[in-house]
Design a protein. Sequence first.
Length: 174
Amino acid sequence: MRTLICILALSGLLICCGEEQKKPRMSRKDVKETKKKLEDVNNYLQKKESDEIDAYVLQRKWQMTTTGTGLRYEIYEKGDGEKAKSGMIARVSYEISLLDGTVCYSSRTDGYKEFKIGEDYVETGIHEGVQLMRVGDKARFIIPSYLAHGLMGDYNKIPPRSVIIYDIELLSLR
């Protein structure tokens, strides 16, 4: 009996899936217009976020450098160790906070973080920023949302579209 029910259910599914559904299609012009509108909104949001970051940096009188991607960084304590490169395993101490001062994560409570530079799953801005450092350096990164957790946040402590601030020390490389 179960076999018969399974065969009937499978047959019904195949028949339903076999019927072609007619879906409305967008014209090329509509697709281009929609794409242009999305690009315009994205550019506006990036500009607004960049202005917020600049105001934040100015208010704190930090001397930060901006990379071509939009990462802001300041190495405020120089180390004399090896320079970080893609493919190396970096061990860092860190504190991650939002622009409003909320501390989201810290190595004091969560432990040190280790990751393979350029490969492992950490924020894109961290891969870029750590490669600007030497072992022993302490730095501050301000990472725009598009280089951090983007439109979705991290589903935990970092909300969607959040700029994050890393206070980071490069402890070792291997």
